[in-house]
Ligand binder design. Structure first.
Ligand SMILES: Nc1ncnc2c1ncn2[C@@H]1O[C@H](COP(=O)(O)OP(=O)(O)OP(=O)(O)O)[C@@H](O)[C@H]1O
Ligand SMILES: [Mg+2]
Length: 235
């Protein structure tokens, strides 16, 4: 588990400024959801944390500045499951899982984690030698999450895990999050467009609007305001 803080973060692509003075806090052991319309800057926020986008301002993990290079951020215990899944399609399911543990030296613990993940997601054991590209969308999402967990992160960044999934499968992924948080000692920041579902499992929520924080509060507070939902979440 880890606490993530952003203080006055500005980020963008070349001259295009996308994030404007974004400050937010993801508490130790919490599930926080980052909501907002298409193009609001949700992915850019996760990419700034992961060192994939240059930013100004401060990004702190447990009070310490995160480095600006993706591999150094990963070594600090941050795992990022990108929008569009993040599995290596031509590799087998097993090789994807092993790739998630490349930075680790504790081989016995790696094997134990692999066993736990195969119990949690039986399809990953059944399809161990199949190409990842041949899995269904939901199975690939499970694999992407399992692969991230193989790195034993303390902070899991999930970018729209529901993208392209059937509603029932999406629900399965979300229902799993509190269990993963507890059993793998995680802090979770999950980007989502399906606000209703995300607010049901999250502890806290942050709403981005055009690259600025429009609202932040407990998930119950954000979910409980009809006007807020209509204005910012479109439902
Ligand atoms: N690589 C890039 N180069 C230039 N502009 C980009 C790039 N990636 C994103 N943008 C722009 O930055 C803005 C924010 O994009 P971002 O991907 O962070 O939004 P998002 O909230 O994740 O949206 P979505 O819900 O559609 O995934 C958009 O206007 C987008 O066009
Ligand atoms: Mg996005």
């Amino acid at each position: 588990m880890s606490t993530l803080e952003l203080h006055g973060v500005h980020a963008g692509y070349g001259k295009a400024q996308v994030l404007h003075d974004v400050s937010l806090r993801v508490g130790d052991g919490s599930i926080t959801t980052l909501l907002g319309a298409n193009g609001a800057g949700k992915t850019t926020t996760l990419r700034a944390v992961s060192g994939l986008v240059r930013f100004t301002g401060q990004i702190l993990l447990d009070g310490r500045q995160v480095p600006a290079a993706p591999d150094a951020v990963a070594r600090l215990g941050v795992a990022h499951v990108p929008q569009g899944r993040g599995t290596i399609g031509r590799l087998s399911v097993d090789d994807n899982l092993h790739a998630g543990a490349l930075l680790r030296r504790d081989r016995a613990q790696v094997r134990a984690d692999l066993r736990r993940l195969r119990e949690l997601f039986p399809v990953l054991a059944e399809r161990a030698r199949s190409q990842a590209a041949g899995l269904s969308g939901g199975e690939q999402q499970m694999l992407a999450i399992a692969r991230a967990l193989m790195g034993r992160p303390s902070l899991l960044l999930l970018d729209e895990p529901s993208l392209g999934l059937a509603p029932l499968v999406t629900k399965e992924v979300f229902v799993l999050l509190p269990r993963l948080r507890d059993e793998w000692a995680l802090t979770v920041l999950v980007v989502e467009q399906n606000a209703d579902l995300a607010l049901r499992v999250a502890d806290h929520a942050v709403v981005l609007e055009s690259g600025r924080v429009a609202l932040a509060g407990t998930a119950a507070e954000i979910a409980g305001h009809d006007e807020i939902r209509r204005a910012y979440l479109g439902n």
